[in-house]
Ligand binder design. Structure first.
Ligand code: A2P
Length: 319
């Protein structure tokens, strides 16, 4: 297993379990299977609506002596409706309580999008906060306070482009230590990854397998299917591995952490074994030559809301 080492020496196992789309009723078992298989990194978020059950699984794993708290790296994310300075603590405390932990290893601003506190997903312009009420610098100051209080060991962002990161860097006391973004061979985002690395910001890949189980509202009939990509099948056959393992190994080869989601015991184990797959230069080149380009999670659920103050250009730069 490869690790990211933070400035204070803390280590993040670069392959973790994703829990977005893992239903309550499934995620408890999935987390336990993952810990039994050897995972030591669990990625969570308030908006996944399953943190209580993830917390139940962690509590059981600690009580049974399967793992110690300090051996597991747990990430969560601040939802968009808690961006106001005094709300950051509120959002964080709820995740901490649901996960039944004393501290988090990593806490991220989930999106550079601010909603009113009673809104989970926006339906109209009034559901958004005016930027002057919740500038990112204020949200980030709330994140820094959590770190200074020792409630979280590391802080970062998710779905941030270069411009949004620069906005934080311009006023921060503590630099973001992570940017979690959609990354896979159809969306390599080389420029953004290089920018993050040049500022000592680590990167985590979400939707590394192409999130085929994303909600139907996030799917178009002509979306490409990453797991059906012929080039990936060839590489998988060459190594006697699966396409999922090739995809996970591709992120690890880029020194990017990766959080494939699964609620299936065999696939959870299979995904962890990707850590042993060594892709060669020709594999990486064949993948980088793929012509298909696609963003599966495009944020239109924020930008296409009537009256939304956000545009696609607020979120994304070219891949
Ligand atoms: P399941 O949870 O039933 O295993 P992503 O991580 O990109 O969001 O992708 C998650 C999707 O990929 C889920 O549908 C998940 O299904 C599926 N998946 C996870 N691991 C594998 C694997 N090793 N082979 C095939 N599909 C997988």
């Amino acid at each position: 297993m490869k690790y990211i080492t933070f400035d204070n020496g803390d280590k993040l196992p670069m392959l973790g379990l994703g829990t977005w789309k893992s239903a309550p009723g499934e995620v408890f078992q999935a987390v336990l299977w993952a810990l039994e298989a050897g995972y030591r990194h669990i990625d969570c978020a308030a908006v996944y609506k399953n943190e209580k059950e993830v917390g139940d699984a962690l509590k059981k794993a600690f009580a049974d002596g399967l793992v110690k708290r300090e051996e597991v790296f747990v990430t969560s994310k601040l939802w968009n409706n808690a961006h106001e300075r005094d709300q950051v603590q509120v959002g964080f405390s709820q995740s901490l309580a649901d996960l039944q932990l004393e501290y988090l290893d990593l806490y991220l601003i989930h999106w550079p999008i601010a909603l009113k506190s009673h809104v989970m997903f926006p339906e109209k312009g009034e559901d958004f906060l005016d930027y002057t009420n919740a500038p990112l610098s204020e949200t980030w100051a709330g994140m820094e306070a959590l770190k200074s209080d020792g409630k979280v060991r590391h802080i970062g962002v998710s779905n941030f482009n270069q411009q949004k990161i620069e906005e934080i860097l311009a006023s921060c006391q503590i630099k973001p230590e992570m940017n979690q973004i959609e990354l896979h061979p159809y969306l390599p985002q080389k420029k953004l990854v290089d920018f993050c690395f040049s500022h000592q910001i680590n990167v985590t890949a979400y939707s590394p397998l192409g999130s085929a189980d994303r909600p139907s509202a996030r799917k178009q009939a002509d979306d490409p299917v990453l797991m059906e990509e012929k080039v990936l099948h060839k590489i998988a056959a060459k190594h006697g591995k699966t396409v999922a393992q090739v995809l996970i190994a591709w992120s690890l080869h880029r020194d990017v952490a990766v959080i494939p989601k699964s609620v299936n015991q065999d696939r959870i184990k299979q995904n962890l074994e990707s850590a042993d797959l060594k892709l060669d230069g020709s594999d990486m080149e064949a993948i980088s030559n793929l012509k298909t380009s696609h963003r599966f999670i495009d944020g239109t659920f924020f930008t296409e809301v009537p009256g939304s103050p956000y545009e696609q250009s607020d979120l994304w730069e070219n891949a």
